[in-house]
Design a protein around this ligand. Structure first.
Ligand code: FAD
Length: 504
């Protein structure tokens, strides 16, 4: 916990906020404040009603950029920590209020679709627009965002942009940073910057990237303009193959990509992870999944290449209909989140993930070394009910690996993160850094990967630090997120309890 930075007491903060905004936009009810202390990183503690992060002073619901500006001017003047939020699906502690008497700034009521421009193939939305609503609106007009994270039913544009999110169709449409053409952001003090939407420009460094991925640690994103694409589901072609090992699956993904083809979905599951999704046909083997789409001739050419590459490797074909059925049930809405909560309470069992990226040449050795180290070094290995990984986003130079680990909790809820998540996550992060990869592919650093932020960036870390110093000189924006801050996370989450990995 970090002690309050504010020059005001929590009562004064709440009172003064009520002068700045209509009273019904400032919430101080205990239950609301408790739920606002955490995100899904502490999902197990939350279902037990345990809230260890400090209770915020207030949750404010903003309705306009002007209101965001007013709150950030107030926060700067009184040095009060701000935690912005939208869809609340964050997984890495980015929403955790680690500073006493923080203000949680909820942008979800800023939910206007401001313009749909089919000629210039772009839409402009406010930060609180739910991705699902925008996608449904566009599809009715024959268009798509091309953005389909598994959290699509819940996530909103502010968080999607702030976390550098990525969707299942990324290999064709790109991730959010490829989609955002312009945006609006409000900085501490209340200054509003609008970055205009243009096809491309060479007018100095690309300042969109100061906002994209800032995780609320530099400013509050209030608006985004994103590209849209034609929606042609009639051309979808599903492909599935069983292969014997990760090396074969990786080779298939790589060949399709480096040969210049861009299926929208490009996936490889380890046998353990495949068993979670495809137990009715995976036969304890790796599963490779592709979806080809786009204009009919392009989708057909992509499908032909997928089949040609697969034919070079020993495989068993999967009925494409099984892949389509699986794909249509992949996303997580409110019902799955509620079911997960009930299951956690009933069974003391949960799943966690750590997603990283690495060059093609290192994929298999990284996968092997992480699996080996967790099996050999994790002291509660008997509680692990599943350990596996999949690749779900591929690039010319490499891919991501999304490690999934499920465990049955044999300790008190408040010890769970230290006993289970921290050591496993640390092995994945440290092995990845040792193999020259990135410790975080798409969930953001949040608060719980900050012990490695400096190592992740190496000699470029001062560049990142200077952004913080320039845009948030008083350190009031989501303190402890991206940038390590003493006291922001509990000591047991700082360092693993395992053997000392040799970091180069
Ligand atoms: C079931 C599930 C599946 C998921 N699948 C994916 C996936 O496929 N791909 C993926 O990339 N991620 C995924 N995620 C992670 C998460 O949903 C995404 O990162 C999403 O982009 C977060 O959006 P949100 O609106 O929920 O943001 P929130 O959870 O509200 O916020 C997330 C972070 O962004 C900051 N933030 C929020 N709004 C703003 C704003 N307006 N300005 C500045 N900072 C802001 C917050 O402070 C916080 O640090 C998944 C999460 C869940 C729970």
């Amino acid at each position: 916990m970090i002690e309050s930075l504010s020059s005001l007491s929590r009562e004064q903060i709440a009172e003064q906020l009520q002068q700045l905004l209509p009273a019904d936009q400032v919430e101080t009810a205990q239950e609301v404040l408790d739920e606002a202390r955490v995100d899904r990183f502490k999902k197990y503690q939350s279902v037990h009603g345990l809230y260890t992060a400090p209770r915020p002073a207030a949750v404010v619901s903003v309705r306009s950029t002007e209101e965001v500006s007013r709150i950030l001017a107030f926060a700067q003047e009184h040095r009060t920590n701000i935690v912005p939020r939208t869809g609340r699906t964050g997984t890495e502690g980015g929403l955790e209020t680690s500073v006493e008497d923080s203000i949680v700034l909820d942008c979800s009521a800023m939910d206007g679709i401001l313009s749909i421009d089919p000629e210039n193939m772009q839409v402009t939305v406010q930060a609180g627009v739910p991705l699902q609503r925008l996608e449904d609106t566009l599809r009715a007009q024959g268009l798509t965002t091309g953005h389909s994270p598994q959290s699509k039913p819940l996530a909103q544009y502010g968080g999607l942009v702030a976390t550098r999110s990525i969707g299942q169709f990324s290999t064709l449409y790109g991730a959010i940073e490829d989609m955002v053409t312009g945006l609006e952001i409000v900085f501490p003090g209340g200054e509003v910057s609008r970055i205009k939407s243009v096809p491309r420009r060479a007018a100095g460094p690309d300042i969109r990237h100061i906002a994209i991925g800032n995780e609320g640690a530099l400013g509050v994103i209030t608006e985004a303009t994103v590209q849209v694409f034609r929606f042609e589901p009639e051309n979808y072609a599903f492909h599935g193959f069983l292969v014997d090992d990760m090396a074969t699956g990786t080779a298939i993904l790589r060949e399709v990509i480096v040969n210049g083809f861009r299926p929208s979905v490009t996936r490889l599951y380890s046998p353990e992870d495949a068993d979670q999704h495809f137990s009715h046909f995976s036969e304890d083997r790796c599963v490779v999944v592709f979806v080809a789409e786009g204009p009919a001739s392009l989708a057909a050419a992509t499908s032909a290449e997928i089949e040609r590459v697969a034919a070079q490797h020993e495989h068993t074909r999967v009925d494409p209909e099984l892949i389509r059925e699986w794909f249509e049930n992949l996303n997580w809405g409110a019902e799955k989140i509620e079911a997960e909560k009930r299951a956690m309470l009933e069974t003391a069992h949960l799943g966690f993930t750590t997603e990283i990226s690495v060059n093609w040449s290192e994929v298999v050795s990284l996968y092997d070394s992480i699996m080996t180290r967790i099996r050999e070094e994790f002291p509660r290995a008997e509680d692990l009910t599943m350990l596996g990984a999949h690749s779900s986003h591929s690039y010319q130079t490499g891919t991501n690996l999304y490690f999934v680990y499920d465990y049955t909790i044999g300790c008190e809820p408040e010890q769970e993160l230290g006993v289970y998540h921290a050591p496993i996550n640390a092995i994945i992060v440290e092995e990845t850094l040792r193999h020259g990869g990135s410790m975080v592919h798409h969930h953001g650093i949040g608060k719980y990967r900050t012990p490695w932020t400096e190592q992740e960036h190496g000699s470029a870390y001062p560049m990142l630090q200077k952004l913080k110093e320039s845009f948030d000189p008083q350190g009031i924006m989501n303190r402890g997120t991206i940038f390590p801050a003493a006291g922001a996370i509990p000591p047991e989450a700082e360092k693993p309890e395992l053997g000392q990995p040799q970091l180069d």
